[in-house]
Design a protein around this ligand. Sequence first.
Ligand SMILES: Nc1nc2c(c(=O)[nH]1)N[C@H]1C(S)=C(S)[C@@H](COP(=O)(O)OP(=O)(O)OC[C@H]3O[C@@H](n4cnc5c(=O)[nH]c(N)nc54)[C@H](O)[C@@H]3O)O[C@H]1N2
Ligand SMILES: Nc1nc2c(c(=O)[nH]1)N[C@H]1C(S)=C(S)[C@@H](COP(=O)(O)OP(=O)(O)OC[C@H]3O[C@@H](n4cnc5c(=O)[nH]c(N)nc54)[C@H](O)[C@@H]3O)O[C@H]1N2
Ligand code: SF4
Ligand SMILES: [Mo]
Length: 708
Amino acid sequence: MTEHSLTNETPTEQQILGACPHDCPDTCSLLTTVQGGIAIRVQGNPAHPHTDGVLCTKVSRYPERTYHPERLLHPLRRVGPKGAGQFERVSWDSALSDIAQRLQAIASQGPDAAQAILPYSYAGTMGLVQGEGMAARFFHKLGASLLERTICASAGGEGLMRTLGGKLGMKVEFFAQSKLILIWGSNSVGSNLHFWRYAQQAKRQGAKLICIDPRKTETAEKCHEHIALLPGTDAALALALMRELIVHDWLDHDYIAQHTLGWEPLRARALEWTMERAAQVCGIEPEQIQSLAADYGCCFVKQQPAAIRLNYGMQRVHGGGNATRAIACLPALIGAWRHPAGGLLLSSSGNYPTNRAALQRPDLLAGRTPRTLNMVTIGDDLLRDASPGFGPKIEALIVYNSNPVAVAPDSGKVVQGFARDDLFTVVLEHFQTDTADYADYVLPATTQLEHQDIHSSYGHTDVLLNRAAIAPIGEAKPNTQIFRELAALMGFDDPCFTDNDEALCRAAFPTLDYAQLLKQGFATLPVPDAPFAHGKFPTPSGKCEFFSAALAAQGLDGLPDHVANRELLGSSIQYPLAMISPPARNFLNSSFVNVTSLRDMEGEPLLEMAASDAAARGLDSGAVVRVFNARGSYVCKLKVSQRARAGVVNGLGVWWRKMGQNGTNVNELTSQQLTDLGRAPTFYDCLVQVEALPQPATLTSSTESQNP
Ligand SMILES: Nc1nc2c(c(=O)[nH]1)N[C@H]1C(S)=C(S)[C@@H](COP(=O)(O)OP(=O)(O)OC[C@H]3O[C@@H](n4cnc5c(=O)[nH]c(N)nc54)[C@H](O)[C@@H]3O)O[C@H]1N2
Ligand SMILES: Nc1nc2c(c(=O)[nH]1)N[C@H]1C(S)=C(S)[C@@H](COP(=O)(O)OP(=O)(O)OC[C@H]3O[C@@H](n4cnc5c(=O)[nH]c(N)nc54)[C@H](O)[C@@H]3O)O[C@H]1N2
Ligand code: SF4
Ligand SMILES: [Mo]
């Protein structure tokens, strides 16, 4: 709603409170300035302590993304071949009625036939309402296949769950008072900015910061020490660190005795990991482990708080679940949990009293148990025929809040699957993404400035309400509205399909004071300052479970161990380099890649390589290279960089394929293999080779002579 001043020509400004919708631990509180119905500025809310008036570069450019000239404004129907991006404008009525008919035709083939329909979504918005609010109701009622939403965090999540009992840990604000901070598998400066501000506060007060990351990131540069281990070797490092704590008796025996389970077997396991053995596995010097252990042990001796900010970068490998478990054992060993500023934080999302059942209504399945497909293996699954083990072939795919053609692994397969002529695909989007290019229908969705939502966070412990600041652009509709209208067309008459977004927001946290949310935009959960000071872990035993009987019962190792990468450095002559593909600072996964000012900051798709590896291949910075393995081949610019360690190349992600030199991105190279725990992807467990591409002149002529 806009107001116009009576006294002069310029419309008055209004400020609307919102929440950043992106998949980022910080979940900032937004303040959008609206003038004459136009959002002219998006700022960080100074009244929200974690946001503290500051946004990252990406989201401070939100008006540029919202009013982007390429925003999808109308429903589109495909008129060219799949992938060619040729569409014609159609009305909402004709698009939705055709989609409803197509889905109905599939669902009516038999009692479980709707399983041939698959929703595919992730965290394009983290909002509980525009996320799975109305969408899950729709798919539950339909009886569509269920989706395991595991593309990001489920190895670490499962590891944490089996050790601490939940996605719980330190409150982020207390990092400001820590004396030692291990930043482990996280590029906080780029991906967790507001945590980094607390870490900076601690640094100014004398804390030591140590970064554990194969890449020398912006964060690693600003820490006192950087341990550039090989990808997928974190458990070996953690076990050797434990051994040092044991050998020097830097152990809180009282905490271990009272609040942990499985100390004796863990001790025996850790004693197998000498510094020399771990150093060899990790590709680092034994002295680095010694020094890390001395710093961690010193906090025990001096009774100073030692904190670990673990992030998901370290769990995208075969052994990601075990590595998380090994690291999550460390704070208990030195009793770090006794202090509010000690312990570990990977995710805080387990603190929220979210009523997911009220939003998503699994009861609408009404006793049916559709199969569950894993979003990581979408490439293979789209190419599978019907079989007793798999169930029906996937006949229809509804994609929202995700860009799988760019972000899912092994994209050669993903593209082949999306290109199937007998697959009916609907994509709800803001932009014509790589995925939208393969759609039969593209439906324009509203952005966070145009719809209402409610948010939890995985980096702090506040709930945020997002109010619509402006009217929808063009004919865009909120995801919820699209699923409401589809439900009506399919004859779903349960009253829950008429709930509006306000009702959905209110249903998410029934125990919360909604009036306060409306007033200040956020509400802080009542969470104890030192959650495990007196044990009380929400595990089956109530203790920090070094040994997990639940894992052992599944035939798995009950203790954490080092589980080597599937694609282990040194194991292949053909593909001798390990490739990781962590986020670029100015993109968020594949979001923002099409925002010109941000793309200009990132330049173009790059591969960082150590000088020694480049010299061995006769390559220089600026060379156009082919990065390849048995799964595919990706062409980009080489950057010889001290950010890359020997043996490891960094292909920063996640670019849109269509902006890549040969129409691919890093995921052309990554595999669909899953992790040890949590059925998660192994993006950073990936071997490649790199070679120069023929000179630009040759490249141009060969491109010209190619048939499209
Ligand atoms: N700017 C920006 N912010 C983001 C994102 C983004 O794309 N861009 N992504 C968001 C998402 S989806 C998530 S899940 C969160 C967290 O997302 P994360 O992917 O955890 O993001 P980063 O903080 O960049 O941490 C990844 C770091 O882990 C390092 N790493 C890779 N392999 C290993 C390993 O085997 N061991 C160790 N120790 N380190 C390893 C990488 O070099 C990188 O610096 O961040 C979110 N924030
Ligand atoms: N190689 C490699 N691949 C990776 C990773 C990596 O580190 N390396 N990281 C992985 C991780 S951690 C993650 S979380 C995944 C993320 O993968 P995705 O969840 O697919 O994230 P995005 O690429 O940001 O795509 C989200 C899409 O949702 C759209 N969207 C946003 N809001 C809305 C909305 O309200 N309605 C609708 N309909 N659409 C909306 C955006 O325009 C965007 O195109 O990628 C994974 N892929
Ligand atoms: S992406 Fe993260 S840092 Fe940036 S505004 Fe959103 S929540 Fe804040
Ligand atoms: Mo993620």
